[in-house]
Design a protein around this ligand. Sequence first.
Ligand SMILES: Nc1ncnc2c1ncn2[C@@H]1O[C@H](COP(=O)(O)OP(=O)(O)OP(=O)(O)O)[C@@H](O)[C@H]1O
Ligand SMILES: [Mg+2]
Length: 467
Amino acid sequence: MSTFLIVDDDHASCRTLRLHFHAQGYEAHIAHSAAQALAEQGRLAPDVIVLDIRMPGKSGLDTLPDFKRAFPGAHVIMITAFHDMESTIQAMQRGADDYIQKPIDLDELDAAVTKALRYAHSEAQGVLVGDAGADRGSMVGRSRVMKEVFKTIGLAASIRATILITGESGTGKELVARAIHRAGPNPSGPFVAINCAALVETLIESDMFGHEKGAFTGAVERQAGKFALAHRGTIFLDEVSELSHAIQAKLLRVLQEKEFLPLGAKAPQATDARVIAATNVDLAGRVQDGSFREDLYYRLQVVNVNLPPLRARKEDIPDLVHALLARIDREMRRHVRRVDPEVLRCFGAYDWPGNVRELENALMKAVVLSPGDIITLDALPAHIAQRTASACATAEPPAQGSLREIEKAHVQRVLETTGWHRGRACAVLGVSRPRLRRMIRQFALIPPPGAPTDEDDTHADGGGLHR
Ligand SMILES: Nc1ncnc2c1ncn2[C@@H]1O[C@H](COP(=O)(O)OP(=O)(O)OP(=O)(O)O)[C@@H](O)[C@H]1O
Ligand SMILES: [Mg+2]
């Protein structure tokens, strides 16, 4: 039987989680502080530790390394109320195996537990490094996909593997590259960007690798290339798909041999720059049609971070608006703090082909056009306001109540119409029986007297389970 250790200063939250784990047949222990939990060292051998980040005294984040030492082999799932990138990255770097935000979605927790148990006692752990550093250029996003992105950044940053960042234009690829650099082993080292699409071939070669004096007409001085400048830092190859075959071959050599040859030089120079590449095209497709080398493709994407388009993570929009507005305010010395809810609704209905950059530009224009401290619909670019006007209008009536309330009301209605026949209710709702059971418990739905009982329900909530 798998053993769980729940560490959270919130007693109610602990009890709920323990019941939840008991119901699934796991053994679950509770501690209300890191110290209390660590005192169990030697007595308990948990497979999974559910650790709250925010606790009085030493935080879960600070004590994470202690937990990894005290309970080797245990998988740690961190819980936090925050939605920021830094704590996710830090948690992953200090050895957390997964990361879940409050309010806890039990399905998400179950998925994390399943994953943790699958890997339990495997030794693959990340390397520990220092703090992720400044909040400059911080990324926001609370969607599940962005949380996955933050986790990957945290895991990939400390190993110096080559990383390929993919995503449509304006999704934040460069921001991710900088975040990886900042979270890496040498955040104060250089971050050097090369736009592979911007330069002609001869220039790009000398730009990347440098040249000796007289290497070509006009090379009057010896010049160091960006690989040399990125020494002990990161080199960011933006739009890497645009490199010519000749440069692709040279880049492959750099990645394999860790050295490069400046134009006109006799001896190669060593480099230890970490390479991060980005592309907004389908690089695998380029490999298929022969315009991108297959071997280079595999060398580049040791780790792949894929940024989904904004339209696939619209739940990130409010946070993005908030963060981008703060940045715009700072740059423009304005105080536009508020956004008409109607504007947010329109943002949610629009498709954002230009992704976060388009949102940023729209907000920038709106700030300029807004006389006061609030952005209203008429300050939006016409094509966004117009195209979404009808969608906004029709979206109005059902936009009442949280998802949870609507879900609860719907589950209740279905249970009533099926006379609390759980099998039928599951079929109507399209959910599994354990899921329905959980919803009944979560929403505190009470069957009317005489309603059929669910044996498993009785079992899951039965008194014998409390330890
Ligand atoms: N998650 C995010 N949080 C805050 N700002 C973001 C986020 N994603 C993108 N941005 C902002 O949006 C703009 C575009 O991001 P970035 O330049 O990193 O995109 P990109 O994918 O490199 O685009 P392109 O393919 O056009 O080069 C930047 O100003 C960036 O700061
Ligand atoms: Mg870019």
